[in-house]
Structure formats: C-alpha cells, structure tokens
Design a protein around this ligand. Structure first.
Ligand code: FMN
Length: 197
C-alpha cells in the first residue's frame, strides 16, 4: 500500500500532536497509510550521539523513508522564524537523493507550531518549502475552500497547518487548527495517490 511519510521534529510535543492529526487526515483516505518518523536532536558537542533508536515515540527517519513514500508531510517548531536545526540537519543529509532526483514530482506539505501569533509561522512554512522545491517536490497547501482558514483566530495558513502554543507553550490545539491539520493530511494523501497512479 502506498505510504505518506509524516516527518517531524518536536521538543515540547506541539508539533508531535500536529503530526498525529496530519496522519489522521492521511488515513481518512482509502488505500494509503502513514509512516511517522522523527529526527534526533543535534548537539554543539560533536562527541554527543543519540541512540540509534529513540527511547520513545516515532523511529528516526532514514533516507529510504523519503524514497519509498509517495508523499511527505514535514513538521517543525518555529525557531527564530525558521525550521529547527535538527530538521534542517536531516534535510542537509539528503544530497544523495537530490543527485538521483529521487523526490522529483512527489507532493509535500508543511506544518509548524510557534509560541506567539506573529512569531514567524509563514516564514517558517515557506522556508521549509525551499529545500523541498530544490528536490523537485510539488508543494501542497491549504485552499480557502477550507472554512477554518477564514474562521481561525490562532493558527492555520494557506502555506500549511500551524498552531500557536503561547508563551508557555501550553495552549491546546484549537478546533480550527485541528481541522486544518487533518485537511492538510487528507489533501496531501489525495494528491499523492493521483500523482503516483
Ligand atoms: C530556540 C527557540 C526559538 C524559538 N523561536 C520562536 C520564534 O521565532 N517565534 C515563535 O513564535 N516561537 C518561537 N519559539 C517557540 C516554539 O516555536 C514553540 O514553543 C513551539 O510550539 C514548540 O513546538 P514543540 O512543542 O513541538 O517543540 C522558539 C523556541 C525555541 C526553543
């Protein structure tokens, strides 16, 4: 069965929760399933290493996950208006796939969580798209036919799903944000299946 890779990094859990909602949207489509993966932390200390298998949660992504899946949902917390270093570090390791053109034509979607409302959701989402466009991926956003895009008073953008966690990162995912995560996963799965056919 074709699979969609839901690849995320999360420190506090907000993006992990969003990833589960995106996966729920993917799995609302018949004949497709999700492969959920995360990436290890990076350290300024080059001696530090993470175990090969995380102690809890999703397994760490390998290059073959990107190659084998028909679509990609990529999630990261916003860090200074951009994606978090562990996700960028992983993407920077994908030169081999880029040289082979392994991801050309595959659809991809992005999602993020911020502390503050205007803390860089759009900049993070758009800059997350850049390496994926270099890979030749086809970006999937959220159209305004999703009513929550107009009704939301927190996260949710046409560039991808988003969540405002608040200064203490303790705000729950709102109903509008939740529906938009699911809608993004569903739309990604539908388009991925069509393009893979
Ligand atoms: C180093 C660092 C930089 C951050 N930069 C931003 C930022 O630019 N804008 C913002 O709104 N929140 C920023 N945050 C807050 C996180 O984006 C926010 O807490 C997010 O919801 C965390 O997601 P997670 O729970 O999946 O780790 C930053 C947090 C850290 C630790």
């Amino acid at each position: 069965m074709p699979e969609i890779l839901v690849l995320y990094y999360s420190q506090g859990g907000a993006v992990r929760e969003m990833a589960q909602l995106v996966a729920r949207g993917v799995e609302s489509i018949k004949d497709v399933k999700t492969r959920i993966r995360t990436v290890p932390k990076v350290s300024a200390n080059c001696e530090a290493t993470e175990p090969d298998i995380p102690t809890s949660g999703a397994p760490y992504a390998e290059q073959k996950d990107l190659q084998e899946c028909v679509g990609l949902a990529l999630g990261s917390p916003t860090r200074f208006g951009n994606m978090a270093a562990p996700m960028k570090y992983f993407l920077d390791s994908t030169t081999g796939l880029w040289l082979k053109g392994a991801l050309v034509g595959k659809p991809a979607a992005v999602f993020t969580s911020t502390g503050s409302m205007h803390g860089g959701q759009e900049t993070t989402l758009v800059t997350m798209m850049l390496p994926l466009l270099h890979h030749g991926m086809v970006m999937v956003g959220l159209p305004y036919s999703e009513p929550e895009l107009s009704s939301t008073s927190s996260g949710g953008t046409p560039y991808g799903a988003s969540h405002v966690g608040g200064a203490a990162d303790d705000r729950p995912i709102t109903e509008d944000e939740r529906k938009l995560c699911i809608a993004l996963g569903k739309r990604l799965a539908e388009i991925s299946l069509k393009l893979a056919a």
